[in-house]
Design a protein around this ligand. Structure first.
Ligand code: ZN
Ligand code: ZN
Length: 118
C-alpha cells in the first residue's frame, strides 16, 4: 500500500477532536479509577470520605454547588435537570423535574435494577 500523506484539514476537525477527547477522557478515567481504588478523592487526591469517592472538602463543595444550582432552578419553577419551565400542575404536585426528565430517570432506574438482578 502506498503511503499517502493526508493534510490535517482532510482528516477533518471532527475526527481529530474525537481522538483528542478520547485520549483525554481515557487519561482522566484512569486517574479516576486509580484514585477511587486507592480510597482517594477523585478530584484532588486527598483521602476520601468513608464510602465516598470524594474527600470531605470536595463533598461539601459539590453539595453546596448543587444545592445553589438546583435551588435556583427550583425557585424559578424549572426542571432541576434540564431547566425547562414546569407546568402549573407539576409545581403544585411538588415535582422538581419535567415529564421528559422524570421518564428518563425512570428508564435509568429500571435499567439499573435489571442490571442488578442479572
Ligand atoms: Zn477532594
Ligand atoms: Zn427536564
Amino acid at each position: 500500500m502506498k503511503y499517502v500523506f493526508l493534510p490535517i484539514q482532510k482528516i477533518g476537525l471532527e475526527v481529530r477532536h474525537q481522538l483528542v477527547e478520547k485520549a483525554r477522557r481515557g487519561r482522566y478515567m484512569k486517574r479516576y479509577y486509580t484514585r477511587k481504588e486507592a480510597g482517594l478523592c477523585v478530584h484532588c487526591g486527598a483521602p476520601a470520605a468513608e464510602g465516598k469517592s470524594l474527600c470531605p472538602a470536595c463533598l461539601e463543595y459539590e453539595r453546596k454547588r448543587n444545592s445553589i444550582f438546583y435551588g435556583e432552578r427550583k425557585a424559578r419553577g424549572e426542571c432541576i435537570n434540564c431547566g425547562e419551565p414546569l407546568t402549573k400542575e407539576e409545581r403544585q404536585r411538588g415535582n422538581t423535574m419535567c415529564a421528559a426528565c422524570r421518564e428518563k430517570r425512570n428508564v435509568r432506574r429500571r435499567k439499573k435494577k435489571e442490571a442488578q438482578t442479572v
